[in-house]
Design a protein around this ligand. Structure first.
Ligand SMILES: [Zn+2]
Length: 306
């Protein structure tokens, strides 16, 4: 059963059978649940109901027992559920380059001593127009010599490999905090960059101007997955929050954490700088959910409270 895109959708194999029978004028079929299994169909709610491209959304599957195994996919890509409220939740990153329109999703629930249940529907992804940003940079920072080009390529691949690494444990909880304690939503997320007249990759993070040396803190609890000095990002820290969620902090003047270290929300991890390709001191803060690049503002506004 599929309801209007973006709306609360619930269904299960049992309810499809039930509705089919009702439509055929049959009698009300009551399928007695096995002991311990919830008697109602799973309810799947999207937050927000209509996410836009380049944003973070979450699915909430309610009415699921503690021992249930919940699996799901969005547009064929698996999502990872974690215990939340009276069921499970999963973060869904809608990548910057995602086409707007209907994205199909599925959820399957298996519980001991109960019939498997499933739900499916579509979520209506909204378009979002990001600004076009024209930059003029010194030619030596744009037209790389072959060795630097190779280095930058390897570094980008190393980051992509990191984002594909999904640690099985959820390390973050509650609200995410701004890495500079600022209230500003940041600038330039999603900007289609034209550098010295040439179109480039869209800008995958938000920039926050701040004086050199301003303390940068971890947005939430996690494990430091990478501390490095890369050509474009400069000195950087990547934090793995578990289940495929990463936050990235670029252009740092210095770092104060080590690879593999556990960090808490609000813990200092470094200081604002202008390392790598930066026109001045600022923090480039980025959020990845697997391969999806999402606006950090949507992470900071995330309505998950546990
Ligand atoms: Zn940036």
């Amino acid at each position: 059963m599929t309801r209007a895109p973006g709306h609360r959708a619930t269904c299960s194999t049992a309810s499809i059978a039930l509705i089919t029978l009702l439509l055929l004028g049959g009698v009300l079929l009551s399928r007695a649940p096995a002991s311990g299994a919830p008697s109602h169909a799973p309810s799947v709610v999207w937050h927000p109901t209509r996410p836009h491209i380049g944003s973070l959304a979450w699915m909430y599957v309610r009415g699921v027992g503690e021992r249930a195994v919940v699996e799901g996919a969005v547009a064929g890509r698996p999502v990872v559920f974690f215990a939340y409220g009276d069921g499970r939740a999963a973060l869904v990153g809608v990548d910057l380059d995602q086409k707007p329109g209907a994205l199909p999703w599925t959820v399957a629930i298996t519980e001991p001593d109960a019939e498997p249940r499933s739900a499916h529907g579509v979520v209506d992804v909204q378009r979002h127009d990001y600004p076009v940003q024209r930059l003029t940079l010194p030619e030596k920072m744009v037209n790389l010599d072959p060795e630097t080009e190779r280095r930058a390529g390897q570094e980008a691949e190393r980051l992509r490999t990191l984002y594909r690494t999904i640690s099985g444990e959820r390390l973050w909880h509650g609200r995410f905090t701004h890495p500079l304690g600022a209230r500003s939503p940041g600038t330039n997320f999603g900007s289609r960059r034209i550098i010295n007249g040439q179109p480039r990759m869209p800008h995958g993070g938000a920039d926050y101007a701040a004086p050199e040396g301003t303390v940068v803190v971890a947005a939430n609890a996690g494990r430091v997955a990478l501390v490095a000095e890369f050509f474009f990002p400069g000195r950087l820290v990547a934090i793995d929050h578990g289940l495929g969620l990463y936050t990235l902090y670029f252009h740092l003047a210095r770092t104060s954490v080590a690879d593999g270290e556990r960090v808490e929300r609000g813990q200092p991890i470094g200081a604002v700088g202008a390392t790598g390709r930066a026109t001045g001191p600022h923090l480039h803060f980025a959020v990845q959910v697997g391969p999806a690049r999402v606006d950090p503002a949507s992470l900071l506004a995330l309505g998950l409270t546990e």
